[in-house]
Design a protein around this ligand. Structure first.
Ligand code: SF4
Length: 270
């Protein structure tokens, strides 16, 4: 039996993990268990793509902070990076007032909800959340819509983004979220927002945070598909063999793991 530490900092990744598998939430965030299983096959190719994904995020961040693109282009020195970088440069220009690598946080119950955004651009009273994805396959819009990232990022911008809007909270209708896929530059996923969605999202976030706070047992998921790309497979005795990288959604699970590492690096005080 384990108690959640209070206050606990929730993120879209930890909420997604809890909903996918309560045991994964416990192992990763409460027990902080580092387990060496490889989460997808083939290992080398997957690791390389993850590292390239991290470099791509850094390149874009530096570019948005004003580093001249000629200096950055030299760092796009693999075929994937070069293609993603060229796609990015062709697609984005004149985005308005930019807030790259923005971290927002808000109290939620006795805890905290935190999100780190790739970019929030504010122009003409509209805020656009951009999230860069280096997936090998373009996911279905319905799949992205159901991700906790989509709910948390938009709701938290309403809740905690007033300082980006002359100290007035954004209305949900002023917010849009765009997932931009570096390998599918002309097929982004766009999600508008409205007051009903915000109400629904915030109350869903409060509900799951409250549920986790009260939970004493974190069972293994009954949906064993969730185990295929999970690093705790061998620990949980749910198979030693990783799922194949070309199976649908494998790439997205790996990127979720990357988001978590990212958050651990930039722990914020409260
Ligand atoms: S291997 Fe399966 S049961 Fe174990 S933490 Fe991962 S998803 Fe949950």
């Amino acid at each position: 039996m384990t108690d959640l530490p209070t206050p606990f900092t929730f993120s879209q990744s930890s909420l997604q993990d809890y909903v996918d598998c309560p045991r994964r939430f416990q192992l990763r965030y409460m027990d902080q268990l580092n387990w060496p299983a490889v989460d997808t096959e083939p290992v080398v190719e997957n690791e390389r793509r993850q590292i390239e994904g991290q470099i791509f995020h850094r390149l874009v961040q530096q570019y948005l902070l004003g580093v001249p693109s000629e200096n950055l282009s030299k760092m796009a020195n693999t075929p994937n990076l070069e293609r993603w970088w060229n796609n990015f440069r062709q697609e984005f220009d004149n985005l308005g007032k930019l807030h790259p690598e923005l971290t927002l946080s808000s109290p939620i119950g006795n805890h905290r909800l935190v999100a780190k955004y790739d970019l929030v651009a504010v122009q003409d009273n509209q805020a656009t959340i951009y999230d860069w994805k280096t997936y090998a396959k373009r996911p279905r819009d319905e799949w992205m819509s159901a991700r906790w990232q989509t709910r948390v990022y938009r709701a938290l911008l309403v809740q905690a983004g007033a300082h980006l809007n002359n100290n007035n909270p954004f209305e949900p209708g002023q917010i849009e979220m765009i997932y931009w896929y570096a390998d599918f530059p002309s097929e982004p996923t766009r999600f508008k927002y409205d007051a009903n969605q915000f109400k629904r999202d915030w109350s869903a976030i409060e509900k799951v945070v409250n549920e986790i706070s009260l939970t004493k047992e974190f069972p293994l998921t009954e949906d064993e598909k969730m185990c295929r790309f999970c690093v705790y497979r061998s620990y949980c005795n749910r198979g030693a063999q990783a799922g194949q990288m070309d199976e649908a959604e494998a790439e997205m699970e790996s990127e979720a793991a990357f988001d978590i590492n990212f958050e651990q690096i930039s722990e914020i005080e409260f």
